[in-house]
Design a protein around this ligand. Structure first.
Ligand SMILES: Nc1ncnc2c1ncn2[C@@H]1O[C@H](COP(=O)(O)OP(=O)(O)OP(=O)(O)O)[C@@H](O)[C@H]1O
Length: 720
């Protein structure tokens, strides 16, 4: 079958198909024909209505009951009927009407007729009614739908007049309810062209609705827009529905006709939102009470359902709220319990911490006592503040038990080193705090003990700062241990009235392995010899011994000594001490019983060890550095030998160790103040200082003895 359909001889299927197509074509042509004839009928009906109305207004003017388009136009072409009709509605709107002239008699009359038409059109436009063009009345334009426009104009005049009858006033045509309304004064001309020519049937006059409807004066712009939309939709619907209107309907009164169309169309879904907008209170549906009631019933049901749903949700929320409340209460209780427990724990910890601190303190005291009994060299360590803010500190931790942990910040992978000393002073420790810790030791000089305080450390680590003060002893502000010690000794001597003290001061330096007297006026010529005394110790008999009576005497001498001391700038320290300085305070006491005590206090500010590559020392500075390093190395040897309790202690290897022999190996109380620079760049030197100090702390000097002799023993000794 498909083959025969494609190319073979016409078969029965093909014939049936052809029949179907023909039937369809007939149906379409019938439908189109019906539609066209209905349009014609409707136009005729409207024309006849316009003619009848004109006749009722101006009286018979030679038209039949059902005039054709040509007849209708011919009767109106001179404009007399139109002008008379409009003058009836609005007297005097066309002031001068050229009348009683035979149709198309002369060209001049034709011109006057044209004046009639023109005046009529002006009047129509003034009333804001649909208009037409003067040329629409010409014979040649009859086929272009121009008759429809003339008919529309006449019918709108008719509606206008009827409205006037109803309301008693002639207002402008209400835009709101008329499909003609968009033809406002401004747009009337152009819309006549577009709407009137192409779709003349759209000019159905619905102004009746306006007469019945409420005033739209108060309607807002949104409402107006909505109504305009509604009108256009209704108009479209009406046009599409025309084909369903039978002849009987067409004969109905236009108001009834529009009412019928509207009531059919208003039921459609597409109007509902617009109707609601126009009449939110349901005015649009007031003619349909049942529907309204149904609608409000269903609305009520919906509301009820919503209310129920909300109620149940509310209940759920209430339950949830109660649950949360309970949870919250239990959490609160738990939280309070936790807090109480935490409080107990903190109390326990703080007690433990307090106990620990006390234990540490006791431990340190015991350790110090043990050191004293053993006669160990006590070691304090002082950390200078960071001088270069860009540097990283090598000090990792400082414990309050005298421990210190250091690490090379530039090689963090290397193991941390921990050292333990009698006391550690951080960078913020003041001179006073340092002195307070050394005070008891220094005071023991007044009881006949030999005391030695050694400031040790690399160059620039703060030895002179501690011993002489920030200005190196040249100013009376922020003084160092030297001055504070002597000041203290004077205080004690004046407070002990039963003992008479004689205090004398020596101040020497060891510069390039030569001992020089710092209190002599001519230091260059005073190279001192170290002599061994009868008790095997060394002393400096030729060094100037200056008696001091008051702290100001001491101050004067110290300033003199510091002035004479060798110092010079290096890359590590602007005012580097290039010598070891030894301030010796000799204290001789004699009480009223004749008992004597004889002791000395050595306050030693060692020159700093330095790496010449870092101190960039050359020439004299280099020679000084070599001597400094050599003597410090000798000191290290002595300390090591003492720590190892060797039978031979190499005191004689340097002037420094010779002079310090009684303090390092005798019965003196010795304190080493190890100074360190915290900069990471000085880590090697810091480590070396700490190791040296650690070794020194293991040196046992034996129990210190006071150098006191009773009067009897002294007399016996003198007799011997
Ligand atoms: N605790 C400190 N607080 C503030 N500044 C300090 C402190 N210790 C040292 N300084 C400063 O560091 C610099 C070097 O100090 P100082 O001259 O005392 O070092 P030093 O160990 O005596 O050096 P050198 O062995 O070369 O003589 C000085 O400018 C000094 O004022």
């Amino acid at each position: 079958a498909s083959r025969s359909l494609r190319g073979g001889a016409p078969g029965p299927e093909r014939r049936a198909e052809g029949r179907r197509r023909m039937a369809e074509a007939r149906r379409v042509s019938f439908r189109d024909g019906r539609f066209a004839s209905r349009k014609t009928e409707e136009a005729a009906w409207r024309r006849h209505q316009a003619a009848a109305w004109l006749e009722s207004m101006v009286g018979p003017f030679g038209l039949t009951h059902c005039p054709s388009e040509q007849e209708f136009v011919a009767a109106l072409r001179n404009g007399i009927v139109l002008c008379k009709a409009i003058n009836k509605i609005q007297p005097g709107v066309v002031p001068k009407v050229v009348a009683n002239a035979p149709c198309d008699s002369q060209p001049s009359t034709a011109f006057q007729y044209f004046e009639n038409i023109r005046n009529f059109l002006v009047a129509v436009q003034a009333l804001k009614l649909p208009s037409f063009e003067a040329s629409d009345l010409e014979k040649d334009n009859l086929d272009a739908g121009s008759v429809g426009k003339i008919v529309d104009c006449v019918n709108s005049l008719k509606s206008y007049q009827e409205r006037k009858k109803c309301s008693g006033t002639y207002g402008p045509v209400k835009y709101m309810k008329s499909p003609l309304a968009p033809r406002s004064a401004i747009h009337v001309q152009s819309e006549n062209v577009t709407l009137g020519s192409s779709t003349p049937q759209k000019c159905l006059d619905l102004t009746e609705i306006d007469a019945e409807g409420q005033s739209s004066q108060n309607v807002g712009p949104n409402m107006e827009e909505a109504i305009g939309k509604l009108q256009r939709i209704i108009l479209d619907c009406m046009i599409s529905c025309k084909e369903n209107l039978n002849q009987d309907v067409l004969k109905k009164d236009p108001v009834t006709l529009v009412g019928t169309i509207l009531s059919n169309q208003l039921e459609k879904e597409q109007f509902k939102p617009l109707l609601q907008l126009i009449s939110p209170e349901g005015a649009a549906t007031k003619n349909e009470p049942n529907q309204h009631i149904e609608c409000s019933n269903s609305q009520n049901e919906n509301r009820l359902r919503l209310l129920e749903a909300q109620e149940s949700e509310l209940l759920e929320l209430k339950t949830m709220f109660q649950e949360v409340k309970v949870d919250f209460r239990s959490l609160q209780t738990q939280f309070q319990d936790d807090i109480t427990e935490l409080g107990h724990n903190i109390q326990g910890i703080s007690k433990a911490a307090l106990g620990y601190n006390q234990a540490v303190k006791e431990n340190r005291n015991l350790y110090n006592m043990l050191q004293e009994v053993r006669g160990n060299i006590r070691v304090f360590c002082r950390i200078r503040p960071l001088m270069n803010s860009k540097s990283i500190s090598s000090i990792e931790h400082v414990g309050n038990d005298g421990s210190i942990m250091v690490c090379d910040p530039y090689k963090p992978q290397t193991t941390r080193k921990i050292f333990q000393f009698n006391q550690i002073f951080g960078p913020t420790t003041t001179q006073d705090e340092i002195y307070r810790e050394t005070q008891s030791l220094i005071r023991s000089v007044m009881d006949g003990y030999n005391v030695c305080i050694l400031a040790y450390g690399q160059t620039g680590s703060g030895k002179t700062h501690t011993m002489c003060g920030p200005s190196g002893g040249l100013s009376s502000n922020d003084l160092g241990i030297n001055y504070m010690a002597l000041n203290d000794l004077f205080t004690i001597s004046t407070s002990r009235e039963d003992v008479k003290y004689d205090i004398r001061v020596q101040m020497v330096e060891i510069y390039n392995e030569q001992v020089r007297d710092l209190l002599s006026e001519d230091t260059s010529s005073t190279k001192l010899d170290i002599r061994s005394s009868s008790n095997g110790l060394f002393n400096l008999p030729d060094a100037k011994m200056c008696p001091v009576q008051s702290p100001s005497d001491v101050m004067t001498l110290m300033l003199l000594g510091e002035k004479h001391r060798a110092s010079g700038p290096t890359a590590m320290n602007n005012r580097s001490s290039r010598s070891h300085s030894i301030l010796t305070v000799h204290v001789n006491g004699k009480d009223i019983s004749g008992n004597v005590s004889c002791s000395c206090l050595h306050l030693v500010d060692l020159a700093g060890s330095e790496r010449v590559d870092r101190s960039e020392a050359t020439g004299d500075r280099l020679k000084e550095a070599q001597h400094i390093n050599k003597s410090l190395s000798c000191l290290g040897d002595v300390i090591t030998a003492l720590a190892q309790k060797n039978s031979h202690i190499p005191y004689r290897n340097s002037k420094l160790t010779q002079l310090l022999q009684s303090s390092l190996g005798g019965n003196a109380k010795t304190l080493m103040l190890a100074h360190i620079s915290p900069e990471g760049e000085s880590y090697v030197e810091t480590l070396s200082t700490l190791k040296f100090a650690q070794r020194a702390s293991t040196v046992e000097l034996g129990t210190a003895h006071a150098n006191k002799e009773s009067n009897d023993i002294r007399e016996l000794k003198e007799q011997v």
